[in-house]
Design a protein around this ligand. Structure first.
Ligand code: AMP
Ligand code: ZN
Length: 118
C-alpha cells in the first residue's frame, strides 16, 4: 500500500483539513509556503496521467472547498500537481499541492534552462 493510501486508511496519521467520501486534504509534512496542503483522491490513482475527467470534476470542487476552509480563497493560492520523473513526483499517488498564505514567487518554479541545456 502506498504512503498516501496509508494516510487514507489512517494507518499513518496526518493533519487532516477536510475529508469527504472521495477525497482527503491534509497538511504537507514539509511545507513550502505558510499554507501547504495536499488534496488526494481516496482511491489510488498513480498520477494526473491516469486521472479521469469525472474524478477531476469533483476534485475541482473539493479543492475549492479546501481553499475556503483554510481562508485563502480571496487572497489567492496556487494548485500544482507533479507528474512523473521530470515533474518531480515523489509520491506515486495523485496529489494536488495547494499553496498560499503569502505572495508566492513564480520564477524559480522550474530550475530548468528554457533552452533545454541542463
Ligand atoms: P511530490 O514531490 O509532488 O510527490 O510531493 C510529495 C509531497 O508529499 C512532498 O511535498 C512531501 O513533503 C509530502 N509528504 C511526504 N510524506 C508525507 C506525510 N507523511 N504527510 C504529509 N505530507 C507528506
Ligand atoms: Zn495510494
Amino acid at each position: 500500500m502506498c504512503l498516501f493510501c496509508k494516510i487514507v486508511s489512517k494507518e499513518i496519521s496526518a493533519n487532516i483539513i477536510l475529508e469527504d467520501d472521495d477525497f482527503l486534504a491534509f497538511h504537507d509534512i514539509n511545507p513550502k509556503a505558510p499554507v501547504h496542503i495536499l488534496a488526494i483522491p481516496k482511491n489510488h490513482v498513480d498520477s494526473f496521467n491516469e486521472a479521469s475527467s469525472q474524478m477531476m470534476a469533483s476534485m475541482t470542487t473539493f479543492i475549492q472547498k479546501v481553499a475556503i476552509e483554510v481562508n485563502i480563497k480571496d487572497s489567492g493560492y496556487r494548485v500544482i500537481t507533479n507528474i512523473g520523473s521530470d515533474g518531480g513526483q515523489e509520491v506515486k499517488h495523485l496529489h494536488f499541492h495547494i499553496l498560499g498564505g503569502a505572495k508566492l514567487r513564480w520564477g524559480h518554479l522550474s530550475d530548468a534552462d528554457p533552452k533545454g541545456n541542463i
